[in-house]
Design a protein around this ligand. Structure first.
Ligand code: MN
Length: 244
């Protein structure tokens, strides 16, 4: 199984979830919300080749933790994955959009100057602005748009820019989410949970959850096994581009 956007360090029992993911050989992109959280996750989540830890700075935190920005840029060199970073113009986050943008552009730029990274990107209420930044500043990196909520037209703009999409169960529960997913090339899709923030009946999804793969299999009229293989093939081709 694959979970390409999971807040492993924010579960109530992170080490138990980590051990289980390691035991199951689940491919996890463990995103973090600050550079300090990344360093801590790096210390704790060791010895599992299938668990990849991403250096992040959540757009909701960027403006209140300006002093941590230097640590982020210093750490890009040693990390293989970046996320979660991006823009958020929902509610009062709108007030800090300029600060968010400045940081996001600098993060994209730093990734480029280090040869490119796989970057898990948040774009709530700011699809256009996020894609504008990607269009202007990304050449070597591969953006993976997490929980994409833009229009079908914007989805098309995104994949033409080289973006990938990580899909969570919540997206598959809406009509618009399904329409968007159908419009994206399957070769650019990976499953995610965004857990522990996405829950089912009050219980966070686990990284090895099969909901997304099951629903994608139904959507494309193929077996769950074949869809699992397709997702694994996608992951391997993405990693081959950046990690070898
Ligand atoms: Mn997230």
């Amino acid at each position: 199984m694959i979970d390409y956007h999971c807040h492993l360090d924010l579960y109530r029992n992170p080490m138990d979830v980590f051990s289980e993911a390691r035991h199951r050989n689940t491919e996890v992109l463990a995103v973090t919300t600050s550079p300090r959280a990344y360093l801590k996750a790096k210390q704790h989540f060791v010895g599992a080749p299938s668990v990849h830890i991403a250096l992040g700075f959540h757009p909701e935190l960027v403006s209140s933790r300006v002093q941590e920005q230097a640590l982020f840029f210093d750490t890009v060199r040693e990390c293989k994955f970046i996320g979660e970073v991006g823009l958020d113009a929902s509610g009062k986050n709108k007030d800090s959009l300029d600060i968010q943008k400045r940081f996001f552009v600098e993060a994209l730029y730093t990734a480029e100057s280090n040869g490119g990274r796989i970057i898990s990107i948040h774009s709530r209420a700011s699809t256009k602005e996020t894609l504008d930044c990607i269009e202007q500043f990304v050449a070597l990196s591969t953006p993976v748009l997490h929980w994409f909520t833009g229009s079908i037209k914007e989805a098309e703009r995104a994949w033409k820019l080289g973006c990938w999409f990580s899909i969570n169960p919540r997206m598959l529960s809406t009509k618009s989410g399904n329409a968007i997913i159908k419009s994206i090339p399957l070769s650019r899709v990976l499953p995610e949970t965004d857990a522990p923030f996405v829950e089912k009946n009050g219980v966070p999804y686990m990284p090895w959850d099969t909901t997304v793969v099951n629903q994608l299999a139904t959507m494309y009229g193929i077996s769950v096994k074949d869809m699992e293989k397709t997702m694994l093939y996608n992951l391997q081709s993405l990693h081959r581009k950046h990690l070898i």
